[in-house]
Design a protein. Structure first.
Length: 164
């Protein structure tokens, strides 16, 4: 669905493996980010997807890593298709709601204004919606919104904690 593509777009590097095959990402990959305008520092993470009802040990381990990552997150970006929510997406949303963490819907593949407008149907989840295309559309707007959210949540954070 584009989790790793979005992660790579945010970081400006090819860190996460991008593949059409589901469950390619199995570990949590973190990358330190800096908003250069304000020198605000934050970390973005790419995790595997949740797999419900699996008996496969590796996928159960991935689920545990995702759960741990969600518990540590200050903001969860849930990547979905711009035009629909699947039954799996609904299950993931229900699971993530239980974390009590802020969740934003990132509606991927909204690579034109018609698709971007269609993405707002996801407001029915009760979460903010950000239409993007991991390959080229509105990533900067999403990043600015993330930084603004985190700066508001952590106003005391200094750009460089060693400089006091």
């Amino acid at each position: 669905m584009g989790k790793s593509s979005l992660f790579n777009a945010f970081t400006g590097r090819k860190i996460s493996i991008v593949d059409e095959v589901a469950n390619t990402t199995r570990d949590v990959i973190e990358y330190p980010m800096v908003d250069f305008a304000t020198e605000f520092q934050w970390t973005i993470a790419d995790s595997g997807g949740l797999n419900f009802g699996t008996q496969h040990q590796i996928l159960q381990d991935v689920n545990k890593r995702v759960d741990e990552c969600a518990k540590q997150a200050d903001l969860i970006l849930l990547i979905v298709e711009y035009d629909r929510l699947t039954d799996v997406d609904d299950h993931i949303i229900a699971t993530l709601r239980k974390t009590g963490k802020p969740i934003w819907i990132v509606a991927n593949k909204a690579d034109n204004s018609i698709r971007a407008n269609e993405a707002y149907q996801h407001l029915s989840t009760g979460f903010p919606v950000y239409p993007v295309s991991a390959s080229h559309r509105k990533i900067d707007d999403l990043e600015e919104a993330v930084v603004a959210f985190l700066k508001n949540k952590f106003p005391e954070q200094k750009a460089n904690p060693e400089e006091e």
